[in-house]
Structure formats: structure tokens, C-alpha cells
Design a protein around this ligand. Structure first.
Ligand code: HBI
Ligand code: FE
Length: 288
């Protein structure tokens, strides 16, 4: 990604919008087996952990079959449900390209799958994170609209120089969001549902803070990309995300221009604290 958030050009073999063919027929059996291993260990444990919208989406798309899903097959159902589609990309794409896809209801998904020794952790989003993690929620009409609005907002934030604030919203909702439901705390964030260890940590561990979602608070909060989160923000329902998109982000960015950042383990006045975390995991050195 370029520093200013605007792209130079796609790598050789990719189209101008950075998409490539999925080339579904080129995956090896070993690669399909990685998908099956990951799918089976996640799908079973997510019952009672992931929110109903995610579990319904997982069923609707039938992502199991015999391995890595064929985007052409997923897209038939996804198009029918919410008008979204999945397109293949080589890996991370520049911010402006990413937002343009989302604004047009296309989700860019990594074409490659992690290696058998990387089952638990990898830096770049692969097809398992992108498709298993993100795509089920795109079958929900309200969430689908939120993602499109995020893409449109991203294009605007780039122009206003406020991308850092907006990226935190994505991080703490789309990637690491939790939901307080009548049945209990549930996961909807793709970064959590696609990770076995964080699916347990995010809900059950006493270490992280869990705080009621507040848009300005979230936009001021730093995040970490190298380990479990030290704070999770909790929405009451997907409707909370719909309300977010009705806010005037221009006014919000003006307020935020003078506001200080909030540390990942910090609590501030006004926080609706669901769990006051011990931070024991981070204090002990985290993943190390
Ligand atoms: N590219 N493929 C891919 N996937 C992402 O999640 C992604 C990206 N490029 C930029 C990006 N995310 C983020 O920088 C924005 O959400 C801010
Ligand atoms: Fe992601």
C-alpha cells in the first residue's frame, strides 16, 4: 500500500482494479484440505459464539462442500440475497481500490490460502479469513448496506485526510466486533470468527476490556494488528451499525482533529464498561 492511500498500479497479471481470476481449478488437494481443516474446527466451535446473522450466512452459502469454495458458486447466492459479490485479489490492495470495490458491493478476497504450518496466524488476509470470516455477514441486508457505506465513506475520508479515524471503525466493527444479544455476548467480527484462539479469548478471557460501542470513542482508539485485541467494542444489534452510517462524518472529523488518541488498554470517562479487563494476557507478553 502506498503511504498516501492512493495506488500506483496493479501487479503484473492483475486487472486495473487489482482483481485476478480465482482459478478455482488450480487449487491442489493439499490446499483444499487446509480449508476443510480450518472450516471444521471453526464451524463447530462457533455455535453459541458467533451471532445468528453470521451462522445463517454460513448456512446460506454452504461454504463447506469439498474444500475451497468457487466464487462463481458463492456469488449466485450472494447476489440473490444482497447484491454483493466476491472478487479475487492477490492480497492487500491499496486503500482507494479497496474502498471502490466496497462502494460497488464487491468484496475483494485473497485468492491464496495459508500453508498448513500457518493455521493459527498470518499477516496478510487469505481466502479463509476473507471468505469464511467476512462473506457470511454480507448475506445480512443491513450489514451489507453498512459495508457499502463504509466504502463510500472511505473514499471521502481519503480526500479529507481522516482515513486513520475511519480505519479504526472498520477494525473495531467489521474485523473485531462483538454483539450483546438476549442470548449472551456474540462475535460478528471477521478477524475473530476466522481465528480459533481469538474466538475463545474475545468472549471468555478476563484480560480485554469490553466496552459499549460509541462511534467517536472508537475513532479515537488505537488498535494492534499483531496480537489479540486489548479492547473489544460491543454493539446491541446490527442496527447500531446502520445508525452509524446516518451520522455526519464531516462534523465528526472536525471534532476528532483536536481530540487525543486513546490507548488500547485505556478506559475513559463515559465508557459503558461491560468487562473491566485485567490485561493479564498482554502484561504477560501476549503471543510471545
Ligand atoms: N485489501 N484485500 C484487502 N483487504 C482488506 O481488508 C484491506 C485491503 N486494503 C486496505 C484495507 N483493507 C484497509 O486499509 C482499509 O480498511 C482502511
Ligand atoms: Fe478482514
Amino acid at each position: 500500500m502506498s503511504g498516501d492511500g492512493f495506488s500506483n498500479g496493479p501487479p503484473p497479471g492483475a486487472r486495473p482494479d487489482w482483481t485476478i481470476d480465482q482459478g478455482w481449478e488450480t487449487y491442489s488437494q493439499a490446499e483444499h484440505d487446509v480449508w476443510i481443516t480450518l472450516y471444521e474446527r471453526q464451524a463447530a466451535m462457533l455455535h453459541g459464539r458467533a451471532c445468528d446473522e453470521f451462522m445463517r450466512g454460513l448456512d446460506a452459502l454452504d461454504l463447506h462442500r469439498a474444500g475451497i469454495p468457487d466464487f462463481a458458486r458463492i456469488n449466485e447466492e450472494l447476489q440473490r440475497l444482497t447484491g454483493w459479490s466476491v472478487v479475487a485479489v492477490p492480497g492487500l490492495v491499496p486503500d482507494d481500490v479497496f474502498f471502490d470495490h466496497l462502494a460497488n458491493r464487491r468484496f475483494p478476497a485473497g485468492q491464496f490460502i495459508r500453508k498448513p504450518h500457518e493455521l493459527d496466524y498470518l499477516q496478510e488476509p487469505d481466502i479463509f479469513h476473507d471468505v469464511f470470516g467476512h462473506v457470511p455477514m454480507l448475506t445480512d441486508p443491513v450489514f451489507a448496506d453498512y459495508m457499502q457505506a463504509y466504502g463510500q465513506g472511505g473514499q471521502r475520508a481519503l480526500g479529507l485526510g481522516r482515513l486513520a479515524n475511519l480505519a479504526r471503525l472498520y477494525w473495531y466493527t467489521v474485523e473485531f466486533g462483538l454483539m450483546n444479544t438476549p442470548a449472551g455476548l456474540r462475535i460478528y467480527g471477521a478477524g475473530i470468527v476466522s481465528s480459533r484462539a481469538e474466538s475463545i479469548f474475545a468472549l471468555d478471557d478476563p484480560s480485554p476490556n469490553r466496552i459499549g460501542f460509541d462511534l467517536e470513542r472508537v475513532m479515537r482508539t488505537n488498535y494492534r494488528i499483531d496480537d489479540f485485541q486489548q479492547v473489544y467494542f460491543v454493539i446491541d444489534s446490527i442496527q447500531t451499525l446502520q445508525e452509524v452510517t446516518l451520522r455526519d462524518f464531516g462534523a465528526l472529523y472536525q471534532n476528532l482533529a483536536d481530540a487525543t488518541d486513546i490507548g488500547v488498554a485505556e478506559l475513559v470517562p463515559g465508557d459503558a464498561i461491560l468487562t473491566r479487563g485485567t490485561q493479564a494476557y498482554a502484561k504477560a507478553g501476549g503471543r510471545l
